[in-house]
Design a binder for this molecule. Structure first.
Ligand code: ZN
Length: 497
């Protein structure tokens, strides 16, 4: 069997090291990097990004890869070469000046968005948003793929799951959630969740969160935990999977669930096979599948009765004055309370899909030209009113709440719901495989699930597509039914409907 020419391997290694360095710099900038270092940090990132781009789009490199692909290669060799050739083709469509200019526009727009959100003034970012949409459309038109501009964007996050699938699937989810939400609203029992917003020392929130991370199997020696405004996780390589959480003194639920969510992403990052580290394949395979793993740990496990039976004592330990008079049942009901609210990442599991569907419907309209950027705030508020029965009082709690669009990330939001749908499908597979699924959670035997995920999902990185991974689990295609069933059963029982 032939092996790959050493020049190609060296170039791949350089490319991967650039990416890893950029990930560390980006982590630093978003977490504890000094405020006064920001502009120099941005310049360093700019230079490295340009260098990376020139390596990835080097014609000689691409030609060498093509030549090597004619040889008889191992699966790993072939797949890594195919990956880098695909990247070459994807990136070299766009002229280098445009790439650079777009990164400048994105950075400025993101900065303006922060200010607009603070000042509650959509007008400050309206023009930027229009430019970002136009640029994304122009970039999409440069590729000669037979897909609409918006479908091309969706394809970057969850390959193959496009409007043709999402329209009907999201519609089914809506049709199931509306009546469920209505009966919950009219249920005779409602939780008292006021204690969840009692002041809880941030230091203690951190201690509690770290205990939760420990319970789900996060390896602290192969990662780092930090604080940030907008929570995220980043997988630099297998032995460096970091996560950052946001804290609010009066919201213990927010930080606990975020620890589990970002922890879920990090477990995926930590369990990718070490041999993929500098191949380009040592990352999650798709955004939808990545999100399914975080949602599994946050929602399926992290909002499970058995999980909290084993962890409720931590609330009494770290928040004794609040929790000494609260019973477990009170806590569990409050944790799972369903109540329409404005902010996506604080929403409950029943309304969460609606937050995503609203964003999906709006960005689709923005890209088809049916919705003008100037009309976006009203359209946003209208949908919240129609779907959730609440109307945002300000743009900061409406259209300005998330940074995705203002950083040029269109087509990203659907992967959150795709992830929830996958998580429910994967839960079904696990329930077939482990007949005592709930008992395992009740008994705290969570490492069984983590091992299973490693074996069937995580270790492959990008060696397999999400379609292949799911196919091997006998999940033929994405299907909303298990999610609808999960939500309906869980919340009917909880609200005694
Ligand atoms: Zn996530």
């Amino acid at each position: 069997m032939a092996t790959i020419n050493i020049d190609i391997l060296e170039q791949i290694q350089i490319i991967e090291h650039y990416k890893q360095t950029l990930a560390i710099l980006s982590w630093d900038a978003k977490t504890k990097g000094p405020k006064n270092a920001r502009s120099q940090n941005a310049k360093i990132q700019g230079t490295l990004t340009k260098e990376l781009y020139s390596k990835q789009t080097d014609k000689k490199f691409a030609r060498n890869i093509e030549r090597s692909l004619e040889k008889d290669l191992s699966e790993l060799e072939r797949k890594q070469l195919e990956f880098h050739l695909k990247e070459y083709k994807r990136l070299s469509i766009i002229p280098v000046e445009d790439v650079h200019q777009f990164s400048v526009i994105k950075a400025a727009a993101h900065g303006n968005w922060s200010e607009a959100k603070k000042q509650n003034n959509f007008k400050l970012v309206e023009n930027d948003l229009q430019i970002l949409i136009d640029t994304k459309k122009r970039f999409a038109s440069l590729s000669n793929r037979n897909l609409s501009e918006y479908d091309q964007l969706l394809d970057e996050y969850e390959p193959g799951v496009l409007t043709g699938t999402l329209d009907n699937m999201f519609d089914q989810v809506k049709q199931a959630i509306f009546p469920l939400l209505n009966s919950i609203r009219n249920a005779s029992i409602q939780p008292d969740s006021s204690f969840l917003s009692a002041p809880f020392l941030i230091d203690n929130q951190i201690k509690l969160g770290k205990k939760l991370l420990n319970s789900i199997g996060y390896q602290f020696e192969s990662g780092e935990v930090s604080e940030t405004m907008h929570p995220f996780s980043t997988g630099i390589h297998t032995h460096d999977a970091r996560l950052a959480v946001r804290f609010e003194e009066n919201n213990i639920k927010l930080s606990s669930l975020m620890f589990l969510h970002e922890g879920g992403h990090s477990l995926y990052n930590q369990q990718i096979s070490k041999r993929l580290d500098t191949t380009g394949l040592g990352v999650y395979t798709s955004m939808g599948l990545h999100e399914s793993q975080s949602i599994f740990w946050e929602k399926v496990i992290g909002k499970h009765e058995g999980f909290w039976k084993n962890h409720f004592h931590l609330l009494r330990e770290f928040g004794p004055s609040i929790y000494k008079d609260i019973s477990f049942d009170q806590f569990y009901f409050a944790l799972n309370e369903v109540k329409p609210s404005f902010i996506r990442y604080e929403s409950d599991d029943v309304t969460y899909p609606l937050h995503i569907i609203i964003r999906y419907e709006l960005e689709k309209e923005l890209f088809s030209g049916n919705l003008k950027v100037t009309d976006l705030p009203d359209a946003w508020n209208e949908k919240y009113d129609n779907y959730l029965g609440i109307r945002p009082r300000t743009d900061s709690e409406g259209v300005l709440q998330d940074g995705h669009w203002y950083g040029g990330a269109f087509g990203y939001f659907p992967s959150y719901l795709i992830g929830f749908i996958y998580a429910a499908q994967i839960r079904q597979v696990l329930m077939r495989e482990f007949r005592n699924f709930d008992d395992l959670i009740n008994d705290g035997k969570l490492s069984i699930f983590l091992e299973w995920q490693k074996e069937h999902i995580h270790r492959f990185g990008k060696l397999k597509t999400s379609k292949e991974i799911l196919g091997d689990l006998a999940i033929e295609k994405i299907n909303e039914e298990p999610l609808i069933q999960y939500l309906t059963e869980k919340y009917k029982k909880l609200y005694k409907l």
